[in-house]
Write a protein that binds this ligand. Sequence first.
Ligand code: NAP
Length: 266
Amino acid sequence: MNTIRIAIAGPRGRMGREAVKLVQATDQFELAAVVDHKYDGLLLSELDGFSQVNVPIYTDLAKCLQESNADVLVDLTTPEVGMYHAKTALSYNVRPVVGTTGFSKEDLKELENICREKELGCIIAPNFAIGAVLMMKFSQMAAKYFQDVEIIELHHDQKLDAPSGTAVKTAEMIAEVRERKVQGHPNEKETLRGARGADLEGMHIHSVRLPGLIAHQQVLFGSDGQTLTIRHDSYHRGSFMSGVKIAVETVMKLDSFVYGLENILE
Ligand code: NAP
């Protein structure tokens, strides 16, 4: 396989740091540049914790893509900039692999259309952890037999978006197979607003934010006399990197848009 040149947006972040390590440790990957909103013109090696990483930092993504000759942009930033980054990368024929969460349905549709026009690969993955992808698949399997489901997602308290992209994606996958139902008592009333969580096609999603947590999700199914709980826990951000590696390798072979790692795992 040819070497894949990678630019990483958000290298100082918790996910970005792991992604820098992954690229450095992978033979067929080469870190071409990084994109940040500060430290323009410095080398990444001049920042704390990156002593051996001699790649330029750009604050201007367009300039970065023009000068770095990157094949893939890995974006691990914030929902506000993630969409701009993905669109800009595609406009320079650079394939985005986006882990940033919080994209709207309209954003995803827009990216899908750009990819179709340009016949270029792009992967948006709300969760790169293989175990989380299996949790979603198993939940979809269970939803054929259990119509009543509630999702509890638990994350660290610095997470910006709620509910998590994984929870939304899980509910959407369940909705594909679950007979539509509004759950709970038809006359149920919240005496404290938000007590029943968010509602996605009648399923309820609850978001927990606590220091100490990383990324966790529990999908609870209930029917007469039984419950089924499917749970996944990420204890360390390294848990996401095998998925990032697969996504980078796969996006180079794609000429279309993919949302969700489950669609590229065999
Ligand atoms: P984080 O630690 O806050 O990192 C985000 C980084 O992006 C920070 O270094 C931030 O810099 C930087 N940034 C902000 N604006 C930028 C810009 N315009 N250009 C470049 N960099 C910019 O967050 P995280 O925990 O690493 O998570 C990053 C994203 O990945 C979030 O959306 C999160 O939900 C998502 N996530 C996805 C997965 C997955 O498996 N797909 C797993 C975990 C997290 P400052 O700190 O200076 O603002």
